[in-house]
Design a protein around this ligand. Structure first.
Ligand SMILES: *[C@@H]1O[C@H](CO)[C@@H](O)[C@H](O)[C@H]1NC(C)=O
Ligand SMILES: *[C@@H]1O[C@H](CO)[C@@H](O)[C@H](O)[C@H]1NC(C)=O
Ligand SMILES: *[C@@H]1O[C@H](CO)[C@@H](O)[C@H](O)[C@H]1NC(C)=O
Ligand SMILES: *[C@@H]1O[C@H](CO)[C@@H](O)[C@H](O)[C@H]1NC(C)=O
Length: 466
């Protein structure tokens, strides 16, 4: 039986929440506009899902009333009309889903999808704007929503032919804060090891709330990988989880915290994290994704057949080989599979050799230990310099994304060496020399082609990659 006190407190709660909803519900009362930046950092058909996620995000925002002119989209745009796409001109983010490509206004495509342009967009860069490119024009009260989807590594996320470091990203966010380019900002980040882009670096007092798809050590997972016609994954677990949550709820009445909990529930293969000013998670999702109640649609589909994001190309080639009855076609796929596996093995052993040599140069005592442990990344600025050196003198991680998997080893060295400026500079020189010894001069592509493609295409047993 209800006591009077209970009834009284229920009445009080109802009236309090109603007036709160009233004051926040209308944009004119709230006094801010919503601006958004949506980025897919990859290219090629194997990475279909990142652009599918971003197109879907565009429609979530539009469906909730965010004006098209306030949304900035960066995507390579090589999926819809890719020769491998069985549905030319269309992109799907779920099996039997709707075409999410239709209606998306793209602002940066192809070679314009770079870390520099992304940071320029965030900082409202005047030079970009002068060239007629869209940049954020948000002001001190406005709400900014940023969503990024791609491959990642310790303290890095990918772009089609480059990477962006945690240090550079967080500097841009702090710049935005110091220059009053937002009132409140929410950042959703999908990438392997994406927790490491924000952990020990994103301040908790600059009105930024961020969530990452994974913690700082684990891979992310692609989902919807079993479409019978499209030989790739259509989405990623974390992204599909928030996008379908927004599609299937009234986001003007759902808090960021509720969305996060729902996302955790629907991201079974990794551990999404929250960073920054976590108290902002009591705000409604609609304050960042649009305040129009919007159409509530898309009954939830549960991510099926999740695949480690790093293994999507392997799994898809294997599937194509198993499925075809055409020996010639199987041979073509098998050849590609060999190249892929050979390249991965070459990289893995190359990185091990690099670490071994750096140990004998005095930067570590036991290469095996460096490769088998993970120290949390704290010194992001020093790591960023090391990662850039690796990127420029060893391997372009934006293109050879598999190399990302091993970058934790360099974070270990940064954290264990306690460099000062002169020892860091010496390390960077040594790294370049060691890279020349073990990766660059060994002609990565040539080795792969020579050593493995000459062999019989069926020499490699398919179960080797299970
Ligand atoms: C997609 O549609 C086809 C044919 O309409 C149906 O057989 C299949 O079960 C559907 N798949 C999903 C995942 O809903
Ligand atoms: C945030 O906290 C840090 C560390 O306590 C402090 O140095 C900085 O000035 C604070 N920034 C703002 C905007 O309050
Ligand atoms: C940097 O560290 C090295 C080795 O610990 C030391 O010999 C050197 O004096 C230091 N340099 C500076 C500028 O502190
Ligand atoms: C990071 O390393 C640099 C040297 O590369 C050093 O000067 C700086 O103090 C370190 N920062 C932190 C937070 O440890």
């Amino acid at each position: 039986m209800f006591s009077l006190l209970t009834i009284f407190s229920i009445l009080f709660t109802l009236s309090a929440s109603t007036s709160l909803a009233d004051s926040l519900g209308s944009k004119s009362n709230a006094g801010y506009n919503i601006h958004a930046v949506l980025v897919a950092g990859s290219s090629t058909f194997d990475n279909y899902r990142h652009q599918a996620n971003v197109c879907h995000a565009y429609h979530v925002l539009r469906n909730h009333g965010v004006p098209a002119e306030n949304i900035i989209v960066m995507m390579y745009d090589d999926i819809a009309n890719n020769p491998e796409n069985p549905f030319p001109g269309k992109i799907f983010n779920a099996p039997n889903g709707t075409d999410v490509y239709a209606g998306v206004v793209k602002d940066y495509t192809g070679e314009e999808v770079t870390p520099e342009n992304f940071l320029g967009v965030l900082k409202g860069d005047k030079a970009l704007a002068a060239k007629g490119k869209k940049v954020l024009t948000s002001g001190p009260n406005d709400h900014v929503f940023i969503y990024f989807s791609d491959h990642g590594a310790t303290g890095l996320v990918g772009f089609p032919s480059d990477t962006l470091s945690s240090d550079d990203l967080n500097k841009a966010l702090v710049y935005m804060h110091d220059n009053k380019l937002y009132g409140k900002l929410t950042f959703y980040l999908e990438a392997c090891e994406s927790g490491s882009m924000l952990e020990n670096i994103l301040p908790d007092n600059i009105s930024i709330y961020a969530t990452s798809s994974t913690n700082s050590e684990e891979s992310g997972y692609a989902c919807y990988c079993d479409d019978p016609k499209i030989d790739t994954c259509l989405g990623d677990e974390f992204s599909v989880a928030w996008l379908e949550d927004s599609d299937s709820h009234d986001i003007t009445k759902e808090t960021l915290e509720q969305q996060f909990k729902d996302v955790v529930k629907h991201t079974p293969s990794s551990h999404p994290q929250q960073f920054g000013q976590k108290s902002l998670d009591s705000l409604d999702v609609g304050q960042f994704q649009g305040e129009k109640a919007g159409e509530i649609h898309s009954p939830r589909r549960h991510p099926k057949s999740s695949v480690n994001a790093r293994d999507v190309p392997l799994v898809m080639l294997k599937r194509k080989i198993k499925r075809t009855n055409d020996a010639a076609e199987a041979a073509v796929h098998a050849k590609k599979l060999h190249t892929l596996i050979a390249g991965r093995r070459f990289l893995e052993s190359g990185i091990k050799k690099i670490i071994t040599q750096l140990c004998s140069d005095g930067y570590c005592s036991d290469a095996k230990q460096v490769m088998s442990t993970r120290r949390p990344l704290v010194n992001h600025s020093t790591y960023s310099k090391v990662a850039k050196k690796f990127q420029s003198s060893c391997l372009n991680l934006g293109i050879h994304t598999h190399g990302m998997k091993f970058m934790y080893a360099f974070a270990n060295l940064v954290e264990s060496n306690n460099f000062n400026e002169s020892t860091l500079n010496r390390f960077l020189e040594d790294l370049e020399r060691v890279c020349n010894n073990h990766i660059v001069d060994h002609g990565f592509k040539a080795i792969v082609l020579e050593k493995y493609l000459a062999k019989s295409v069926f020499a490699l047993k398919l179960n080797e990659i299970d």
